[in-house]
Ligand binder design. Structure first.
Ligand SMILES: Nc1nc2c(ncn2[C@@H]2O[C@H](COP(=O)(O)OP(=O)(O)OP(=O)(O)O)[C@@H](O)[C@H]2O)c(=O)[nH]1
Length: 663
């Protein structure tokens, strides 16, 4: 008891009050044992982290400003030393699961964190919590929202689950981030915001309650105070005015106040309990406070009562949410690929994947259906292929079109000079036409490899994307599929190149067309011959319909007959080249379409058969480790949810048959 304490109450006054310390463990007495299975189910749901899935569980959340005495209150409830002292002690949410055990001699304690269970001893619990906290949130002073669960099974404790959160501090201490206040308040808000949370607001009697950060926060989410209970600690340190403070209720606490005096120094819990009882019994100011709102046993009783009430209130909703979650887990498990245990299973799954991928490719590459990849433009294949062909056609057209202003007819004159022979001057040598044609075809063949590479690289991407999509769960199959696709596309590239080069050779050899456009256009151009030759020596610009405006100045120094032959050559080559170029690009298009058809309907199948080895298929169809883990997790969740649903259902049935369960 501190020096600031007032003298004890007078003897008669004390005698009128009922004793607070009972010989039977007081916390057990208030407890209704039919709650245990339900609490187990709720705790199990909590361990399942269902809160992350949006199922909020009825929870008592303990908050308070730093060093308000939170840990001391919890210790008093549990009868075990928890980390406490100056500065920040609680750095991660500490879920305290208290379970009444019939065995008076041996309490059982363990910590559950990071997927492991660490048994510990009563004497060592504070160190064990500190060590676990350091492991979860690193050494240092920062807080982290990764819960640590402390399970205590002990005789004489209330069946209660509470979450202790870090004390609110505004000023970062050495080693803490500048935003420590934001970190802590964010964490606290996350826990106290759900309607299912009861806020156990720990306030030190030594401060003005309305200035407490924890009150400010709880008022933000619980304006009416309907779900807030205030525990006033350190009653021994500031007894003056405490009665008035709790009676006036300036801070609007709907679930009321409980004033306590926690263990001090080296006191045992029994001594602390007796000191507390004596304090509220005998202190001239504190003894005036109604006995229904003082002492740790009253707090325990209130909490178990509140816990029972919120569980009853939210139970139907929880049942509904558990069932929804169960359905979702079952559906997810069903949607997962089968676990392949035999070669036959693996082969079946492999064939199915290949079948699906081929159908996707037929849709994307052959039929141009957009439904599977509506937003992925790369997978709208016919459109992309046509773009590539159009681009190729335009490149070639621009590349092979002569400059009409500076070198009109010069190329033709050059060819004619080299092809001249013994013959009549007005007869165009056929070799000149062939040579000119070959020059142009050379340009086509020089640009052909880049087109072939571009087109087949694109198709390779499409094939791989489709195969990857359908084999997502099998990493080995994916790398096999990539390898097989690359080698197949390489072969397809080679075939296309050979085929198209042959066509180039054919075009080089023969100048033939049955297209009537040729003669029509040639005649139209030749009809302008007289006009051109009448003026080519006098004008610097002459318009030739079908060709454009030409500049003939540079031709005046050349032999007139040669220019005339060059004109003839040009007016034949121009319409012929247009036809030959289109014919070639059309042929490329037909060939590509035919090759893609063969690829999807024939070549893929052939390549797969060639590359597939019987025993290897099982290894290839091994699923991702994450998938196996996910399946395990889903199975575990389903088991736990089913069990929980069963426990909750049994409990509900019992309520229906027995009536009220609050005792
Ligand atoms: N005299 C007296 N001291 C108390 C009482 N309750 C707590 N204390 C002391 O106040 C200090 C802080 O108590 P804790 O229980 O560690 O406070 P906390 O709110 O858990 O601290 P943090 O987790 O760091 O925020 C300790 O030195 C306790 O011994 C009480 O009822 N009376």
């Amino acid at each position: 008891m501190g020096d600031d304490q007032a003298p004890f109450c007078s003897e008669p006054e004390r005698n009128n009050k009922p004793p607070l310390v009972s010989h039977v463990p007081p916390l057990v007495a208030s407890y209704n044992d039919r709650m245990r299975p339900l609490l187990d189910a709720i705790d199990r749901l909590r361990n399942l982290m269902v809160m992350k899935e949006g199922i909020h569980l009825p929870t008592i959340v303990v908050i308070g400003d730093q060093s308000s005495g939170k840990s001391s209150v919890l210790e008093s409830l549990v009868g075990i030393n928890l980390p406490r002292g100056q500065g920040i002690c609680t750095r991660v949410p500490l879920i305290i699961q208290l379970q009444e055990s019939p065995q008076a001699d041996r309490p059982e304690l363990y910590l559950d964190f990071n997927g492991k269970v660490v048994p510990t001893e009563e004497e060592n619990i504070a160190n064990a919590i500190n060590d676990a906290t350091d492991e979860i949130a690193d050494h240092g002073k920062d807080v982290l929202n990764a819960p640590l669960t402390l399970v205590i099974k002990k005789y004489g404790i209330p069946d209660l689950t509470m979450i202790d959160l870090p004390g609110i501090t505004r000023v970062p201490v050495h080693g803490q981030h500048e935003n420590i206040y934001e970190q802590i308040s964010e964490m606290i808000m996350e826990y106290i915001r759900p309607e299912e949370s009861i806020i156990l607001n720990v306030l030190s009697a030594t401060v003005d309650f309305s200035t407490c950060e924890s009150i400010r926060m709880s008022q933000m989410v619980d304006k009416t105070g309907r779900r807030t209970l205030a525990v006033v600690t350190k009653a021994d340190k500031a007894p003056e005015g405490l009665l008035e403070k709790v009676t006036a209720d300036d801070i609007n606490v709907g679930l009321g106040y409980v004033c306590v005096r926690s263990r001090i120094g080296a006191e045992t819990y029994e001594e602390a309990r007796q000191e507390e009882a004596k304090l509220f019994d005998t202190h001239p100011l504190l003894c005036k406070i109604d006995k229904s709102i003082v002492g740790v046993p009253v707090l325990a009783q209130n909490l178990t009562q509140i816990q029972a009430t919120i569980i009853a209130k939210y139970l139907p909703e929880i049942v509904m949410k558990i069932n929804d979650k169960l359905d979702a887990n079952v559906a997810e498990l069903k949607s997962m690929p089968k676990n392949l245990s035999s070669i036959e299973d693996a082969m079946m799954a492999f064939m199915e994947i290949m079948g699906l991928a081929k159908e996707s490719l037929r849709k994307a590459l052959l039929r141009g259906e957009l439904d599977e990849y509506p937003d992925e433009k790369d997978m709208h294949c016919p459109a992309r292929l046509v773009e590539m062909l159009n681009q190729y056609y335009n490149e070639l057209r621009n590349y092979t079109e002569n400059n009409l202003t500076t070198n009109f007819l010069l190329e033709e004159i050059e060819v004619l000079e080299e092809a001249k022979g013994i013959g009549l001057p007005d007869v165009l040598p056929h070799t000149a036409f062939s040579f000119c044609l070959q020059q142009k075809m050379k340009e086509i063949s020089s640009k052909l490899p880049s087109l072939v590479v571009r087109v087949w690289d694109y198709i390779e991407g499409v094939v791989i994307q489709s195969l990857m999509r359908h084999s997502q769960n099998y990493p080995q199959l994916q790398s096999w599929a990539r390898r097989v696709t690359s080698s197949l596309i390489k072969k397809m590239k080679g075939k296309t190149m050979n085929r198209l080069m042959k066509i180039v050779e054919m075009e080089k050899l023969t100048d033939y067309t049955c297209n009537p456009e040729y003669l029509l256009e040639r005649n139209k151009l030749m009809a302008q011959q007289d006009h051109f030759f009448n003026y080519y020596k006098s004008l610097s610009n002459i318009h030739i319909e079908g060709l454009g405006t030409v500049n003939p100045v540079h031709l005046r120094n050349h032999n007139h007959q040669l220019v005339r032959q060059a004109f003839h050559l040009k007016m034949r080559m121009t319409p012929y080249w247009k036809i030959a170029l289109r014919r070639f690009v059309d042929t490329v298009a037909l060939h590509l379409r035919f090759s893609v058809h063969n690829l999807v309907n024939k070549e893929m199948e052939k390549e797969i058969r060639r590359e597939l080895s019987g025993p290897g298929i099982k290894m290839m169809m091994e699923e991702k480790p994450e998938m196996a883990e996910k399946r395990q997790k889903l199975n575990r969740n389903i088991k736990l949810l089913r069990e929980s649903a069963e426990v909750v259902a049994q409990f509900m049935n019992r309520i229906a048959t027995d009536g009220d369960y609050n005792g």
